[in-house]
Design a protein around this ligand. Structure first.
Ligand code: FAD
Ligand code: NAP
Length: 508
């Protein structure tokens, strides 16, 4: 993120888009854009970018781009889809840039296949492939066919029924299948089940033939990778078919190619953590099965002044457990978010104005942290700045409960003042209770009464606190906070001799 000039906030941009000003320079006309035409608009004062086949004139947006003009210029006059997906695929550009839409990219003619023989082989192969796909996609599929086809395809889904239940079975053939990898949403006869496998996702999406009750159960046979989604029939009638397949049904694609899915969650409580930070408790709908993995975040979406605004937040636990004997079980119903309310923050102000009982859209989880990264660590060091503490909460719980070789866990927590320290009491209690855990608070703007450490993240502070418990012990360091804090921290850590593999930075 770069500092924006005054009058260039997201709210100012929303106001400009609503002002009726012609932002494309085309007086409301939509045109078909060729690659040659797109390439001509590659300057700051005349910049067009294509995202997913649609071309936007982003010239008026330049000064409002939170990542800065230079970042936007990287895609000037070209297809910026990949760049956009890498940086912020969660941003709803369709809504933000709708007044900048120039038109669609012109469709390129498809080159004819070389040679008659290849043409015929291609056609036969393609027809066969489509036929298999069509059969597999159909929830109307007779059982014996589904079973035989599943022998050929990696992923497959099947279904059966009793008088009162419908069970959809997905054979993933994954050995380490677990509840965090299965996300199910069932509402108003629409069923969506997503299975995550590394950077890929498999989807079951069906418009159900009959009504089911709100609650859904998910059973997982971890060793064989079988997932069962169990629905309760509303009427005890025999279903002739499961229903109509949705557009994404039975697809296995890269996670980044799958659009973010949102469900509405109810705000059930809002409690003060510090003078400006609150713990929001959201309730998932009954038909949702969603467990956010350690180190991952979700996106919240609100309509603000007629524009969809999306921001990432990292779920935490309701409190820090003091007894890390058992894995902390998610109740499966609530999601806790610790959020700092900025006095001029667009999203957090709107969030703070939500009333108990109001609804907010919450996405599927995302993030590239993998628990396996710290599975063999002996020393875990957590460097947090402000709300950069949020990913550390579940991480602490996971490390102290499930990483058996772990000897020391140290949290180095940077804040401006004493009043800004999140969960200070709980952290101090944990340090007293668990001898493996130690916490160090460092303040950048302390009052004169502060007797603890003070300063900003620096090489000297890190060399004082970031240490291996033994000369050759296996260390893992996680860092999260304001972007410059994280970037500087990584530089200092590398200068102190820690390798890239030993560091995980939580970023957007
Ligand atoms: P904006 O309208 O964008 O900004 C208004 C003003 O607020 C700014 O001028 C600045 O003074 C201040 N401000 C805004 N954003 C920041 C910032 N990021 N750093 C410092 N000052 C800022 N926040 C949480 O509170 N809890 C979380 O769990 C959390 N998880 C996150 C996870 C990820 C992956 C990322 C990338 C960010 C996370 N954030 C979290 C930050 C959050 O997404 C928003 O950036 C933040 O809530 C501000 O949004 P806003 O619209 O209110 O502020
Ligand atoms: P803050 O209170 O403003 O700052 C926390 C500490 O970081 C303070 O000591 C502050 O010192 C220091 N700091 C701030 N800017 C710095 C800089 N440029 N260089 C060095 N130190 C700096 O922080 P906050 O408002 O809570 O913001 C937390 C940040 O964490 C947000 O940017 C949020 O987006 C990010 N976050 C990211 C994730 C993720 O997963 N990626 C999750 C949660 C939060 P001074 O200000 O006194 O210099």
């Amino acid at each position: 993120q770069v500092p924006l000039k005054p009058g260039r906030s997201l709210m100012d941009w929303i106001r400009l888009t609503k002002s009726g000003k012609d932002l494309t320079g085309l007086k409301g006309r939509l045109i078909e854009v060729t690659e040659d035409e797109l390439a001509k608009h590659n300057k700051k004062e005349d910049c067009w970018i294509c995202i997913r086949g649609f071309v936007y004139n982003v010239t008026p947006y330049m000064e409002y781009h939170p990542g800065g003009e230079d970042e936007l210029m990287k895609a000037a006059g070209t297809d910026g889809t990949d760049l956009f997906d890498q940086v912020h695929r969660w941003v709803n550009y369709e809504s933000m840039l709708k007044e900048c839409l120039v038109g669609r990219m012109a469709v390129k003619p498809i080159a004819a296949p070389k040679g008659e023989f290849f043409k015929e082989v291609n056609i036969v192969y393609y027809a066969l492939f489509r036929y298999c796909l069509e059969i597999m996609r159909s929830p109307k599929l007779p059982k014996y066919m589904s079973f035989s086809l599943l022998c050929f395809l990696f992923y497959s889904c099947d279904w059966f029924q009793t008088d009162s239940l419908i069970t959809i079975v997905i054979y993933t053939k994954l050995k380490d299948m677990n509840a965090e990898l299965v996300i199910v949403d069932c509402q108003d006869k629409r069923l969506r089940g997503e299975i995550i496998m590394d950077d890929h996702s498999y989807l079951v999406e069906v418009g159900l033939d009959h009504a089911v009750s709100e609650d859904v159960a998910v059973n997982i046979a971890e060793k064989v990778g079988k997932v069962e989604i169990i629905l309760n029939k509303k009427d005890n009638i025999h279903w002739k078919m499961l229903g109509q397949p949705g557009e994404g049904h039975n697809t296995f694609i890269k996670r980044t190619d799958r659009g973010l899915f949102y469900r509405k969650c109810k705000l059930v409580s809002k409690t003060e953590v510090t003078h400006d930070t609150k713990l929001f408790c959201l309730m998932l709908p009954k038909g949702t099965h969603l467990r956010v993995p350690t180190g991952q975040h979700v996106y919240l979406k609100q309509i603000i002044a007629g524009t969809e605004v999306v921001k990432p937040y990292t779920p935490v636990l309701p409190f820090l457990p003091l007894d890390f004997q058992e894995p902390s079980h998610h109740d499966g119903v609530h999601m806790y978010l610790m959020i700092k309310i900025y006095s001029c923050g667009l999203f957090t102000q709107a969030l703070d104005h939500l009333q108990i009982g109001d609804y907010i859209s919450v996405s599927n989880p995302e993030g590239n942290f993998k628990k396996s990264q710290l599975q063999t660590s002996e020393d875990l060091l957590l460097l947090a700045g402000g709300t950069g503490f949020t990913p550390m909460v579940k991480l602490l719980s996971f490390a102290l409960t499930e990483v058996s070789c772990l000897r020391t866990v140290k949290l180095i927590f940077f804040n401006k003042t004493e009043d800004d320290i999140l969960w200070r009491n709980q952290l101090e209690q944990l340090a007293l209770k668990d001898e493996r855990f130690e916490v160090q608070f460092i303040l950048s703007q302390p009052t004169k009464d502060w007797v603890g450490k003070q300063g900003k993240i620096s090489s000297s502070l890190l060399s004082e606190f970031v240490k291996r418990s033994r000369r050759d012990s296996k260390v893992f360091i996680c860092i999260c906070g304001p972007t410059p804090f994280t970037e500087q921290g990584i530089q200092y850590l590398k200068a102190l001799g820690y390798s890239q593999e030993e560091i995980h930075a939580f970023t957007a």
